[in-house]
Design a protein around this ligand. Structure first.
Ligand SMILES: Nc1nc2c(c(=O)[nH]1)N[C@H]1C(S)=C(S)[C@@H](COP(=O)(O)O)O[C@H]1N2
Ligand SMILES: [Mo]
Length: 598
């Protein structure tokens, strides 16, 4: 000392021990990338190449698969047989008596109220048709993001009942993203592989309008007494429907008067569509929400997320079959009259109905053709519009703090899908090889007590365990037991400041377009019962594929918000300052929404 020689670091006293070091307070923000505002299909979603699926297959028994394309020749044959049988039946005197007694329609019990097609019904018919195009296209897009359907929440490979994709390969790290398939760009909406974020905005956003149209329809239907057009009011509809079926199949069609009343077959088909299929579409749609499914456990026990998804698909099948048959008969049972009924409100053979129909088809075709290119050119508009329409409902459901004690050990899934982009940096490999001895979790931002915690420290905090269901936005689900630290304990440790409103979780891994994967969660969720940092899964230390050494669980949100391989947590005033500013990696790069309770 004082002799002129420079001191070495070892000679100097260390700063007083504290978790606050320059490293602990440094933000990870600079490691984020922004994301583009226009889609280049060539580099979309980390440059995923197009991948085709296979013809739809349904599982029969344990492991035999039936190719549904066989239904085309089989259905054709059955139709021919049915026609032959029906023609034979019509020669039978007792059948002729039956048809004379039940002509195929019960008529209208209340013709003053039900005759004709008022303007509101005609407009609503057009809006319904127009909205359904976008709903069906985006729905198909959503299906192809996980092209398999199940009846249980486990989503176990080989236990799917329906698939349009090959069997799941043996690769232990096969991801759901790899499993997604492409659709032609004018069939799917937006027609790119793994474009579920945008497809969901179309699906849920247009749904809102479709539902509004439907509610108005129901109100007017009952207010005007026209409900009798759609609701069978006598048991006679069943023999009449049978009679109608025989008449249609024998190719000697009944002459109807749809202007006054539908025939019994139509009545039943319309009743199912309006009063069963449409409400079921809404209910099963909501049944797929992680927030609702987690909060209303008693209902979701019977209608699990996968049952809801499968039923939702069957509703689509009903709608498609209905549309095909409906259009077939519109064209084959007096086109001009039919088009006049629903387009001009006239009961005649003039060309006016056809003219209005043609004009409406121009609108439909322009909408259809423009939707994909518009979405590719203006994805942020679709994202923002979707957020504006659906966001308030997503916000509402985000308030549902789930109850603890969701599932028990016996519910744990035998297989939990993997997803996302695995970390492959040398830095991560070195941490992994060292069993994460050098791992540090950095928690900082708007907190009184920023910290830099190692795993020993994390494991010394109060232990929290939960058995909960994961639900990926792509459609698969599964149950696992998570062990670790409740986010409430972390909050108590770091003491967020009042300005902190959002909590950003940063990953050791990049997203598919480079730049660190991250996601922002509202601070209120940090005190929910089931929000935690997990370092154990099913009683073992978290494995590589599921996020070693630490991942997030926030059970009212979809899977992509459950950041894996966490390295840092930052408390911020708003996520608009972070990355691209949309609230997470998928929000910046793939146009997802930041609230994902549905
Ligand atoms: N860091 C990081 N975390 C991530 C992802 C990712 O790509 N990177 N993918 C997310 C998605 S889309 C899902 S569904 C879940 C999957 O978790 P699992 O593989 O443990 O089932 O992780 C989420 N967390
Ligand atoms: Mo996901």
């Amino acid at each position: 000392m004082g002799t002129g020689a420079d001191p070495t670091p070892e000679d100097l006293p260390a700063p007083a021990p504290s978790s606050v070091s320059p490293r602990a307070v440094r933000s990870y923000r600079s490691e984020l990338t922004q994301g583009e505002d226009v889609i280049d299909p060539a580099t979309w979603a980390g440059s995923v190449p197009r991948a085709s699926g296979i013809a739809p297959r349904v599982r029969v028994g344990r492991s035999r698969w039936f190719n549904l394309l066989w239904l085309l020749p089989i259905g054709f044959l059955l139709l021919i047989v049915a026609i032959a049988v029906a023609k034979g039946l019509r020669g039978d005197p007792s059948v002729q008596q039956f048809i004379a007694r039940y002509p195929g329609t019960t008529g209208s019990p209340n013709p003053e109220a039900t005759t004709g097609f008022p303007a509101w019904a005609r407009w609503q018919h057009f809006f319904n048709l127009f909205f359904l195009i976008f709903i069906i296209r985006s729905g198909l897009q959503i299906l192809t993001d996980h092209p398999r359907l199940y009846w249980t929440r486990h989503s176990t490979p080989g236990r799917d009942w329906f698939r349009i994709q090959k069997r799941v390969p043996a690769d232990p790290l096969w991801t759901a993203k790899q499993d997604s398939i492409s659709l032609p760009s004018q069939v799917g909406l937006p027609g790119l592989r793994h474009s579920i974020g945008l497809a969901r905005w179309w699906h849920l956003g247009i749904d809102a309008f479709w539902l509004l149209n439907g509610v108005i329809f129901f109100v007017l239907l009952f207010a005007t007494g026209r409900w009798e057009r759609f609701v069978p009011t006598t048991w006679e509809v069943f023999p009449n429907a049978l009679s109608g079926l025989i008449q249609y199949l024998s190719l000697n069609w009944p002459t109807d008067d749809a202007w006054v009343a539908y025939n019994s077959l139509q009545l039943i088909a319309y009743f199912i569509t309006v009063f069963i299929a449409a409400p079921l579409a809404l209910i099963t749609g909501l049944g797929m929400s992680p927030a609702l499914s987690t909060r209303f456990k008693r209902i979701s026990r019977f209608v699990s997320i996968q049952t809801a998804r499968s039923l939702h698909f069957l509703v689509l099948v009903w709608f498609l079959v209905f549309i095909v048959i409906h259009v077939f008969f519109v064209f084959t049972t007096g086109l001009l009259t039919n088009l006049n009924h629903i387009h001009s409100g006239r009961d005649d053979q003039s060309w006016i109905g056809l003219g209005i129909f043609a004009a409406s088809m121009v609108v439909v075709i322009v909408g259809w053709v423009a939707a994909t290119p518009f979405t590719i050119r203006h994805p942020r508009v679709v994202q923002r519009a979707g957020q504006a329409i659906v966001g308030p409902l997503q916000h509402l459901f985000e308030h549902l703090d789930p109850k603890p004690g969701q599932y028990s050990e016996k519910d744990i899934s035998p297989y939990l899908w993997h997803n996302g982009q695995y970390p492959d940096s040398d830095e991560y490999q070195a941490l992994f090889d060292g069993h994460f001895a050098d791992y540090r979790l950095r928690i900082n931002g708007l907190v009184d007590n920023p910290v830099d915690l190692d795993l020993a420290h994390l494991r010394a905090l109060p232990h929290h365990e939960q058995i909960t269901q994961h639900f990926c936005i792509q459609g698969w689900s599964g149950i696992a037991k998570w062990g670790g630290v409740s986010m409430q304990s972390i909050v108590e440790l770091v003491k967020p400041q009042p300005e902190a409103k959002w909590v950003v979780f940063y990953s050791l891994g990049d997203g598919p377009d480079k730049g660190v994967y991250y996601d922002a969660h509202p601070i209120e969720h940090m005190s929910h019962h089931l929000t935690m940092l997990a370092y154990d899964m099913n009683g073992e230390p978290l494995p590589y594929g599921h996020g070693a050494p630490l991942r997030l669980r926030n059970e009212i949100e979809l899977g992509f918000k459950q950041v894996k391989w966490i390295k840092g947590i930052e408390f911020v005033a708003h996520f608009s300052e972070i990355g691209g500013g949309y609230g997470g990696y998928n929000q910046d790069h793939e146009f997802f929404g930041y609230r994902q309770s549905i």
